[in-house]
Design a protein. Structure first.
Length: 92
């Protein structure tokens, strides 16, 4: 049973793209109700995939924020080096 769920998660996570509902589905569960075991497993599977996609979205967002921060730091370092160079040239 556990192997089936893991295999299903892997299959869905490789083909699924994060959507607007992933955050909601991850936090609240998908909006599909069923009274049988297959329906419950399907809902659980959808929630796991939604959480996986949502976590991937968060990772991408964090990476992009860090990349922008690094770019800003590089620009600041370059400006400081130019100022230092200008000060050294003015002393000579």
């Amino acid at each position: 049973m556990r192997y089936f769920l893991m295999l299903t998660v892997v299959l869905f996570s490789t083909s699924a793209h994060a959507g607007a509902m992933d955050r909601s589905d991850c936090r609240n569960g998908p909006y599909s109700y069923s009274s049988d075991v297959n329906g419950a497993l399907n809902a659980l599977d959808k929630r796991v995939v939604a959480c996986f996609n949502y976590s991937q979205d968060i990772e991408v967002e964090n990476h992009n924020i860090q990349a922008r921060s690094i770019t800003l730091l590089v620009e600041q370092i370059n400006r400081l080096e130019q100022r230092i160079q200008a000060l050294e040239n003015s002393r000579n």
